[in-house]
Design a protein around this ligand. Structure first.
Ligand SMILES: [Zn+2]
Ligand SMILES: [Zn+2]
Length: 292
């Protein structure tokens, strides 16, 4: 599975020269599946650039939304395929007893926040609640589960052939829970990330910063690392960077995280920092390849 990061920032876009290397656009990751089709994870402002790049490709598009915080949907209104009549876009997201997925997204894509309404979009767009059991999109099997954040929020596990990707960008699994000693069944998102070939996970705060943000729905770095080690994820991609963290800060944050990752038994080189524009190849574990 081939991945490209189009936006790695959390909470709010953070443009500026001091943000150039890791990028200022909010959450959006493109996964290219084994049949060449693209699956889009979240629609933060990063999806605008992805939409421009998708111009000549298949008009059939699937977008998996983890939740409807603005940093995960803001780019939808600036996603060029939405304005092409040949596009067929399916948007998957969390269910809510309060209103349908379309009604909730339409609170953003409607006046006075938007010049267009969802019904005025020239594309064919459908909104689907992520089902509680596994479903298929092209060659991929998709599983969604609720995870600890603010409001209805999903994490995803995407399996294509022998490769498993876990995407949990907004997550506070350590909220009120000692992650290092908690039984696996009680860890939020555990099944999604278990033995994943790549885990893309929230790493918004340093441990010190987290003291002032307990319950805000994001991880301190200790919990990001512990969660990845507890779930035996093979590789970790630290994601959803705080808008107050410029490039130099993220460099030293990453260096500290690498050391602690290895102290916790993580493999050197199996921890990476998400940066806008970067591509990664996710491959299955060697033993899984050997087993066919
Ligand atoms: Zn977010
Ligand atoms: Zn959020």
């Amino acid at each position: 599975m081939q991945l490209k990061v189009w936006g790695a920032r959390g909470s709010v876009p953070a443009p500026g020269p001091e943000m150039n290397r890791y990028g200022g656009n909010t959450s959006c990751v493109e996964a290219t599946l084994s049949d060449g089709s693209a699956l889009i994870l979240d629609a933060g402002t990063g999806i605008r650039g992805l939409g421009v790049a998708l111009a000549a490709r298949n008009p059939r598009i699937h977008i998996l939304l983890t939740h409807l915080h603005l940093d995960h949907i803001q780019g939808l209104m600036f996603f060029p395929p939405c304005f092409r009549s040949e596009s067929e876009i399916t948007i998957w997201g969390p269910t809510s007893p309060e209103a349908s997925l379309e009604e909730r997204v339409a609170r953003y894509i409607s006046a006075p926040l938007s010049p267009v309404e969802v019904r005025e979009l020239p594309c064919e767009v459908s909104f689907v609640d992520a089902p509680p059991s596994e479903w298929e999109i092209g060659p991929a099997k998709i599983r969604a589960e609720s995870v600890t954040h603010r409001g209805p929020t999903l994490g995803y596990r995407i399996t294509d052939g022998g490769t498993a990707l876990a995407y949990i960008p907004d997550h506070e699994p350590g909220l009120g829970a000692p992650l290092d000693s908690l039984e696996s069944d009680w860890i939020s998102g555990y099944d999604l990330a278990k033995d994943a070939d790549l885990l893309i996970h929230d790493c918004q705060y340093t441990d010190l910063e987290h003291h002032a943000h307990v319950g805000w729905g994001h991880s301190r770095v200790t919990d990001t690392l512990t969660f990845a080690r507890r779930t035996d994820a093979r590789r970790l991609l630290m994601f959803h960077h705080d808008p107050l963290h410029p490039d130099d800060f993220l460099d030293s944050f990453y260096a500290t995280a690498r050391e602690r990752w290895e102290e916790l038994g993580g493999e050197a080189g199996a921890i990476e920092m998400a940066a806008e524009g970067h591509s990664l190849e996710v491959t299955p574990a060697a033993e899984k390849v050997a087993a066919g």
